[in-house]
Design a protein around this ligand. Structure first.
Ligand code: MLC
Ligand code: AMP
Length: 505
């Protein structure tokens, strides 16, 4: 028996003292030391009664220990459920209850806020800090560094990643071992990762990009990761001459371009810059090449699907496109109403099929059926067009979604909170262009009758239950919302009206 994901990504490094993670203070954690830590964590989970197939919700700061919790879950056959550290207790509460998590693992500073959440859901609360303190880490120190890997198959679940929906309720995307494994093998091969690579890792590890794409590929190829707690321009600039690759959201690249220290010379030993999670402006692609001689490789993915398409490693990386379907993955462009495949060149819904596609939304068969066709095609909600050379262009979204600095924000979730505020008749939340984050959140409100809206109070109230990155950067009051003849709010008109709100002066 075996555990394909563990054996392939982690187990292959057993006993090896090769460097896996390098930290800013010079600490190097070898592959084997990392595996031993993960094994100790797996023991703690077992002692807590967590069994293969159970879920563990993890809201901890990015650290080698946090990554080892992921490895521990894979080894013990536990479903790993990472959560954005910016989520409030209200937000976490939904994920814990919905997933039926057995354990909630958080930073000690969060334990007071999350203890009632765990209790209400019947979960055990454990703590783990980046400095090595906390109940979980303390128990782990007493454990054996050897753990008998749980038997799993490629069809077994490895992780739940929650992704919000247009109704405002988040859905747990069930990802199998096979989903993750097939994608990491494909990407490591397509992007030519080897054990000579050093990856600048500044992405969070609670999302697909930083967790699966960046980490899994590096593990598979045996590459070293320069592991940063978060995006820090100074550290990236300092470390770039010692690295070979970087993965980031477009904000990483626009911030680099704004810094005069980022020169051709600084990037001369890099072999690959990957961008994704949000649209990279063609202009950024061009400026980047002019500055460094490198063409950013843009790819397209989703929580539910891992990576779907990529510009070529060898071959033309075309600005403003997300490249070709990855090997083994099919893409088609369909009519949003009928589902019929459209002729090449027409704009329609992007659908995708392959071994990367998730198993469905946890305990939401209707939602799953709406988006995942019986023949295996997943309806992405993105609008695209395939050009005459086969490159996919993402031209818009068929879903009401804002992507700010690579984080997805669903307007409905914020509208529900705004609508519940005193004096608010209705609201529309839109994304408008932002020079740093690509898009940012703006709330448009209509008051009830003659009510005077206290915008500061409203901002404060909704802020207590919403992660900060979702907070509207501006609230605007209008006498009424623009609607079409069917009565539907015209967000497009609002986006047009406020498109220059954050334009650089
Ligand atoms: C931080 N803030 C944001 C924000 N990130 N606001 C809007 N959008 C964001 N993305 C706010 C904070 O709440 C805080 O507000 C202020 O900005 C400063 O916080 P910070 O932590 O210092 O910000 P910074 O480090 O500069 O973070 C920006 C960032 C980060 C772009 C580096 O957001 C980031 O790493 N994004 C990557 C997201 C990602 O990994 N996405 C992949 C999803 S997977 P205040 O008010 O407190 O000052 C996926 C699939 C795929 O989409 O295809 O990959
Ligand atoms: P998430 O739900 O966080 O996984 O976000 C997935 C969404 O991010 C996709 O459906 C796209 O809308 C968007 N996305 C990811 N990569 C790109 C890209 N390269 N260009 C444009 N949009 C992207």
């Amino acid at each position: 028996m075996a555990n394909p994901l563990y054996d392939t990504l982690f187990g292959q490094h057993k006993g090896k003292t090769t460097p896996f993670l390098e930290l800013a203070d010079g600490t190097i954690i070898s592959h084997n030391a990392f595996l031993e830590l993960a094994a100790q964590y797996a023991h703690v989970f077992a002692q807590l009664g967590v069994r293969p197939g159970d879920r563990v919700a993890v809201q901890v700061a990015k650290s080698p220990q946090a990554l080892a919790v992921y490895a521990a879950c894979v080894q013990a056959g536990i479903v790993f459920l990472p959560l954005n550290t910016a989520y409030t207790a209200d937000e976490v509460s939904y994920f814990v209850e919905n997933s039926g998590a057995r354990v909630v693992l958080c930073d000690e500073r969060r334990s007071e806020a999350l203890a009632p959440v765990a209790k209400a859901a019947g979960a055990v609360l454990e703590t783990m800090n980046t400095d090595g303190r906390g109940s979980f880490a303390t128990q782990a120190k007493l454990m054996s560094p050897e753990f008998k890997t749980a038997d799993r198959s490629e069809d077994d679940l490895a992780a739940f990643l929650y992704t919000s929906g247009t109704t405002g309720r988040s859905k747990g995307a069930m990802l199998t071992q096979g989903n993750l494994l097939s994608n990491s093998k494909t990407l490591a091969n397509e992007w030519a990762f080897t054990s000579d690579d050093v990856l600048l890792h500044a992405l969070p590890i609670f999302h697909t990009h930083g967790l699966f794409v960046a980490t899994n590929i590096s593990l598979l190829a045996g590459s070293k990761i320069f592991f940063m707690p978060k995006f820090d321009l100074d550290v990236i600039i300092d470390r770039m001459p010692t690295a070979t690759t970087m993965m980031g959201v477009p904000t990483f690249y626009t911030r680099l371009l704004e810094d005069a220290r980022f020169t051709k010379k600084l990037a001369q030993d890099m072999r690959l810059f990957v961008s994704g999670s949000a649209p990279l402006l063609a202009e950024t692609h061009v400026q980047f090449e002019e500055r460094t001689g490198h063409r950013i490789l843009e790819r397209y993915g989703m929580t539910e699907t891992n990576m779907n398409t990529s510009n070529p490693y060898n071959g033309e990386r075309r600005a403003g496109t997300v490249g070709f379907p990855l090997p083994g993955i099919e893409i088609k462009i369909t009519d949003s109403n009928t589902g019929a495949t459209l002729p090449q060149g027409e704009i329609g819904e992007i659908e995708v099929r392959g071994p990367n596609i998730f198993k469905g939304y946890w305990q939401m068969p209707e939602k799953t059926a709406e988006e995942l066709r019986e023949d295996g095609f997943f309806i992405t909600g993105d609008l695209g067009q395939i050009d005459e050379d086969g490159y996919l262009h993402i031209v818009g979204r068929n879903k009401d979604l804002i992507i700010s600095g690579g984080y997805n924000i669903y307007p409905k979730e914020i509208e529900l909170l705004l609508d519940a505020e005193k004096g608010v008749l209705e609201s529309a939340v839109i994304g408008v262009p932002h020079p740093d984050f690509g898009e940012t959140v703006v709330g448009v409100l209509v008051a009830e009758g003659e009510a005077e809206l206290d915008l500061d109070a409203i901002k404060k109230n909704i802020g207590t239950s919403l992660a900060r990155f979702k907070h509207p950067q501006k609230l605007i009051v209008l006498p009424e919302l623009p609607r079409n003849t069917m009565g539907k709010v015209q967000k497009k008109a609002l986006r047009e009206d406020y498109k220059d709100l954050f334009a650089p002066a």
